[in-house]
Write a protein that binds this ligand. Structure first.
Ligand code: HEC
Length: 380
């Protein structure tokens, strides 16, 4: 009996050894073998493949990695200084950023810094490099300038909300922008991973302001609606509060439906009679001019509806550029892509589909002319 049970114990032990030790090793060996013996990957396809066979063996030289420092010295040092201390040779109306001090105020993540490099900062001399630097160069120089800064200290202030890899949406009271306006008890802030934050009223959905930089703080997170939200980014654009949509000159308030976050993009949803609208925003640039774009997607027939431009005054129509209609509002340029028709201070919406509202705040006129925005030569 004792003998038999010790045999059983032994065979159990053997089984355990087989299952838990030998089997994983065998599996690992098979996987490793398959990896080592895998067929060579197909050669990279390039336009050279299309060439006649006698030149087919000429391959581009292996790509040298892009040096962030080289890009920096060529494109950034004249403003930000060779050492990154913000003291470049170029005369600017404000100091360029010193990277040595750390703390990127226009974005807390490498992704946000990359977008700033690509699209610039609206209303400042910081230009967008999307046209002049390719993706690897932008990536390399982004890494380089982040590397100039000391490691970011952990957020010192619990009251500050920082957008990391996912957009943030916050509802609460928004402080008045000026003395003529009251606080907005039902405000909404949407902060994207690119450092752009849009503020809306949600009673009747109305765009209020676009900010670039930090997201928001609130002194009292417990008490919803109590203390106002404190948006942290710098205002790059704002619009006078007024009704946005109208039919036959009669305003139709947009009703707030909610917000969604999908694939790293936050959207606000609203409806006007017969039409649902989903809107999201991103930093963009036109030529070297930094700005941002709001994209409205319509579900339903919107063709009877007029949309006012998000402006401070009465915008002046400039004309049609390559793919957008352009207006000037003070120093800002407003472009609409996808409109069915242009009206006095607004556009007729497309029957369905998509409309882009592009805003280039405090735009430099020479750069705007170079970027192909119409009607400006006569305006200056
Ligand atoms: C024509 C001058 C100019 C050039 C060229 C320039 N910058 Fe800037 N940059 C500025 C100014 C001015 C600011 C500060 C804007 C402000 O805060 O008002 C700035 C800000 C920035 C910021 C934001 C820092 C923050 O606080 O978040 C980044 C990042 C940046 N620059 C990167 C670069 C990189 C990388 C290059 C080169 C590819 C470059 N800049 C080229 C003028 C320039």
């Amino acid at each position: 009996m004792a003998h038999q049970s010790s045999m059983t114990a032994k065979s159990i032990l053997t089984n355990i050894v087989c299952v838990f030790i030998v089997a994983p090793i065998v599996t690992a060996l098979i996987v490793w073998g398959a990896w080592v013996l895998r067929p060579d990957p197909p050669p990279p396809t390039s336009s050279l493949d299309a060439m006649p066979s006698h030149t087919a063996d000429i391959r581009p030289a292996p790509q040298t990695p892009v040096s962030g420092r080289t890009v920096y010295m060529a494109s950034c040092a004249r403003c930000h200084g060779a050492s990154g201390d913000g003291k470049g040779t170029e005369q600017l109306d404000r100091p360029a950023r010193s990277f040595l001090a750390g703390g990127f105020s226009f974005g807390n993540t490498p992704e946000a810094v990359r977008r700033v490099v690509q699209h610039g900062i609206a209303g400042t001399p910081m230009p967008g490099f999307a046209r002049t630097l390719n993706a690897q160069q932008v990536q390399a120089v982004t890494k380089y300038v982040i590397g100039l800064a000391p490691p970011a200290p952990p957020a010192s202030d619990d009251a500050e909300l920082v957008v990391q890899n996912r957009p943030l949406v916050l509802r609460g009271m928004l402080p008045a922008r000026g003395v003529l306006e009251g606080d907005q008890p039902r405000g909404l802030l949407i902060g994207g991973i690119d450092g752009l934050t849009l503020a809306y009223d949600v009673d009747e959905v109305r765009f209020r302001a676009a900010r670039q930089g930090g997201f928001a703080a609130r002194t009292d997170w417990e008490n919803r609606g109590g203390t106002p939200l404190q948006p942290l980014g710098r205002v790059i654009h704002w619009a006078a509060p007024r009704s946005v949509f109208s039919i036959d000159g009669r305003s139709v308030p947009a009703e707030f439906l909610g917000t969604t976050i999908r694939d790293g993009v936050a959207a606000i949803r609203m409806q006007i009679p017969g039409v649902r609208i989903k809107e999201h925003a991103a930093i963009t640039s036109v030529g070297e001019l930094p700005g941002y774009v709001r994209t409205l997607v319509f579900d339903g027939d919107a063709s009877a509806i007029t949309m006012m431009l998000p402006s401070q005054g009465v915008p002046r129509y400039l004309g049609r550029g390559e793919s957008s209609e352009w207006w000037r509002d003070g120093g800002d340029l407003i472009g609409i892509r996808g409109a069915a028709e242009v009206e006095a201070a607004g556009v007729r919406l497309p029957a369905s589909g998509t409309l882009d509202i592009i805003v280039l705040p405090a735009a430099d006129i020479d750069q705007a002319i170079r970027a192909g925005i119409p009607g400006l030569e006569s305006a200056t």
